[in-house]
Design a protein around this ligand. Structure first.
Ligand code: GLV
Length: 326
């Protein structure tokens, strides 16, 4: 097969190997950095397929520049960085990488939950700074996890995996979703409740909704005000789901106890004051960052491209209606 494929940034070799096997040569941005909008526009022109990342803003302008392009394959499960409507209007397929990063992201959610609850980051900094002189009865007192209530906002693949991991902690589980999730209702016995109820009753609130118009600032000042003072909030979905400035205020005033945030509203920038708080854990969007998971994501994104260019439906097409037009 001869096809012109562009990869916007170096990705794990497992994905590049899929492209090598299927099409031999392809173009890749060799620099480990996000391309500027102008660079992206210039590089996508004349491509049959583009393998892109969540940091590439594939808006209508980029899509218009991609004359002849048949697929944008995002190497991520979230695809809010792509104007899917514009792609669909131009008959271009969009694909993502669902499933393979569920466990890694659910694991990181728990890592953040536990780190924030038990104040691991400031406690670690304290030890490193040479301040640990003696065991103390009041030193770094945190929040209990076992037996508490876990609130899951968005019980899809990742939210369900987070719920399943709670069983060893004997937790009560509440969730919100647009649809009932019978699987987690059966085991581990989760209960679907309205969002306000979840916010009022949960000790730990984990956010797992995709970013869309109706989830932008889903939690803000009003919602933080409803949460327990002892509550811990974890977000491993997308930053703009939370009003980050309002969250900084809630964390600073003690309206809630702590937060673990893997994603930020204006990523990679942080809202003023966030980095100065010692009751937040803020890794740089590493939810899916395990070696095996990133290999699988790269393979999956590349396979979506090679499938389409070989005349098959991409296994993870978000807008399959464009395939029917072909
Ligand atoms: C990561 O954030 C992803 O959407 O895959």
């Amino acid at each position: 097969m001869t096809a012109k494929v562009f990869v916007t940034r170096p990705i794990p070799d497992a994905g590049l190997e899929v492209l090598r096997q299927a099409i031999g040569k392809f173009d890749i941005n060799p620099d480990d950095r996000v391309l500027t909008k102008q660079e992206l526009i210039e590089r996508v022109e004349g491509c049959d397929g583009v393998l892109c990342l969540l940091t590439d803003n594939v808006d209508a302008e980029v899509i218009d520049a991609a004359t002849g392009c048949r697929i944008f394959a995002n190497c991520a499960v979230g695809y809010n960085n792509i104007d899917v409507e514009a792609a669909t209007a131009r008959g271009i397929a969009v694909s993502n990488t669902p499933g393979v990063l569920t466990d890694a992201t659910a694991d990181l959610t728990w890592a953040l939950l536990m780190a924030a609850a038990r104040r691991i980051v400031p406690a670690d900094a304290y030890t490193r700074a040479g301040k640990y002189k003696a065991w103390g009865p009041m030193l770094f007192l945190g929040a209990d996890i076992t037996g508490r209530t876990l609130g899951i906002i968005g019980a899809g693949r990742i939210g369900s995996a987070v719920a399943r991991r709670s069983t060893g902690f004997e937790m009560k589980i509440l969730y919100t979703d647009t649809h009932p999730n019978e699987t987690i209702e059966n085991d581990p016995g989760a209960k679907k409740v309205p969002l306000d109820t979840l916010l009022q009753e949960a000790d730990f609130v984990c956010v797992h909704v995709p970013l869309a118009d109706d989830t932008h600032h889903l939690l803000g000042r009003r919602e933080f005000g409803m949460m327990k003072k002892s509550a811990v909030l974890v977000n491993t979905s997308r930053g703009p789901v939370l009003d980050e400035a309002a969250l900084v205020a809630a964390l600073r005033s003690g309206e809630i106890f702590a937060a673990g945030l893997d994603v930020f509203e204006d990523e990679p920038s942080l809202k003023p004051g966030l980095a100065q708080l010692d009751n937040v854990v803020i890794p740089p969007h590493i939810g899916s960052a395990t070696i095996a998971t990133r290999n699988k994501m790269a393979e999956m994104a590349a396979t979506n491209i090679t499938a389409l260019l070989n005349g098959h439906a991409p296994p993870n097409c978000i807008n399959p209606e464009v395939l029917d037009q072909k």
